[in-house]
Design a protein around this ligand. Structure first.
Ligand SMILES: Nc1ncnc2c1ncn2[C@@H]1O[C@H](COP(=O)(O)OP(=O)(O)OP(=O)(O)O)[C@@H](O)[C@H]1O
Ligand SMILES: [Mg+2]
Length: 394
């Protein structure tokens, strides 16, 4: 019985998992999950692409690493594989919780984990009556939100299942709030209602924290977080072009992160999460924003060579060679003066304000090969593969 990587497209993360499996001496199987047909019928099933029959591969596999990128496809993939008797990382119940920011936040809340104040209104911004009239609920929704969160401080409206910061909008006055509520119309990323949060006063960075568990061992929080930083927008995630730094985590934050893992994983034996957290720094800043902006500009210059390698097509032609180039580029970036300075500003800020950490999301299939691995120093492929091995052995 073996371990398989289920994937949609082979990108850096998938190639990285393959390379890591080779290094660990694990013979990985591959299960495509896009242009395939899954057929199930009385007493049997088949799993095929146009040119190849994967049925026996699927049958022989004990554990599936689910790396389908679309949240819906990933959820289906976990359900299908579990129904066929496979163990999955992550299991479908974890995928289900992580799919929704609201569900995730509710679990955190129930476990006493600090979160941004969150308000959910199940009503959609516009209802259409049977005779085609539109009923506008935006003013009522705005009032319900404003009753709970002070608008002058900022109200963040976000899609329940969005990624890459898309559709996350900030309002500080009534007109903006109404306009933002209108954008929350029902869609695949926001099935129903309006999800809003207080604006966390987080200075220029937020944190991505890795928590994982293998069967028979305690959950682990990786001691360094990936800090994503910049002043481009109130959203600081990497997708929007922000810079990345590593930041050592205080014990208090690591313990809370492990608690987040427990809150979402129920009694599952092996899992991995990338938690999104923010530190409510408020006015407790160690340097002024003008000086900091200059340092970030300098860091952006130091990051340019990394960006160049990231875009290089060598990635697909010769992955190991491209990977060594990426590793050297990151090493230089991390040794650069602005990087070292900003890293220490972030670490000092986390340490001083650790009591004000809030957790707001858990990602069940995080990107990792480029930023997380080379900045925070954790190759997620290792806990993924070791987690899978721990399940095979059981
Ligand atoms: N309540 C909030 N207060 C302040 N900033 C916020 C708040 N919620 C989100 N943000 C900012 O917006 C960014 C994106 O938020 P979030 O992680 O919820 O979105 P996402 O679509 O899941 O993005 P990703 O896929 O990159 O994780 C965060 O990195 C953070 O900087
Ligand atoms: Mg996020």
């Amino acid at each position: 019985m073996s371990i398989a990587l289920l994937y949609e497209r082979s990108e850096a993360d998938e190639l990285g998992i393959k390379q890591t499996a080779d290094q660990l001496g694990i013979k990985l199987k591959f299960i495509p999950f896009r242009k395939i047909s899954l057929c199930f019928y009385k007493d049997g099933y088949s799993f095929k692409t146009k040119g190849k029959d994967y049925t026996s591969v699927v049958k022989d596999v004990a554990v599936v690493l689910n790396r389908a990128q679309s949240k819906n496809r990933r959820l289906f993939a976990s359900h299908i594989m579990e129904t066929f008797g496979k163990k999955t990382i992550n299991p479908s119940s974890i995928e289900f919780e992580c799919y929704s920011k609201l569900r995730t936040l509710l679990h955190f809340w129930a476990w006493g984990i600090p979160i941004p104040k969150t308000v959910y209104v199940p009503c959609d911004p516009v209802d259409t009556t049977r005779d085609g009239r539109e009923i506008h609920n935006e003013p009522d929704i705005a009032e319900l939100l404003q009753d709970e969160i002070a608008l002058e401080e900022g109200i963040v409206v976000k899609p329940d299942a969005g990624t890459h910061g898309k559709g996350i909008v900030l309002a500080k006055n009534h007109d903006e709030l109404i306009a933002n509520i209108q954008t929350a119309k029902p869609s695949i990323t926001n099935p129903v209602g309006v999800l809003a949060q207080e604006l966390v006063q987080k200075w220029f960075y937020d944190l991505r924290i890795i928590v994982y568990k293998e069967k028979g061992r305690n959950p682990v929080c990786h001691p360094a977080a990936l800090a994503r930083g910049g002043f481009k927008d109130f959203r600081t995630n990497t997708y929007l072009g922000n810079l990345v730094f590593d930041a050592a985590l205080p014990t208090y934050v690591k313990e809370l992160s492990v608690k987040c893992g427990k809150a979402l994983s129920k009694d599952h034996d092996a899992y991995i999460f990338a938690l999104d957290a923010m530190i409510n720094v408020g006015a407790n800043k160690s340097i002024d924003d003008t000086t900091l902006k200059q340092e970030l500009k300098n860091a952006a210059v130091a990051f340019e060579p990394v960006k160049k390698v990231k875009k290089d097509e060598l990635k697909l032609k010769d992955f190991p060679k491209w990977n060594s180039q990426l590793e050297s580029a990151f090493k230089e970036y991390k040794n650069s003066e602005p990087y070292v300075k900003i890293k220490s500003i972030i670490e000092e800020s986390i340490e001083k304000n650790k009591g004000n950490v809030v957790f707001h999301e858990a990602n069940s299939c995080p990107e990792f090969w480029e930023h997380t691995r080379l900045t925070a120093g954790i190759n997620i492929a290792v806990p993924l593969l070791k987690g899978a091995q721990s399940l095979v052995e059981s």
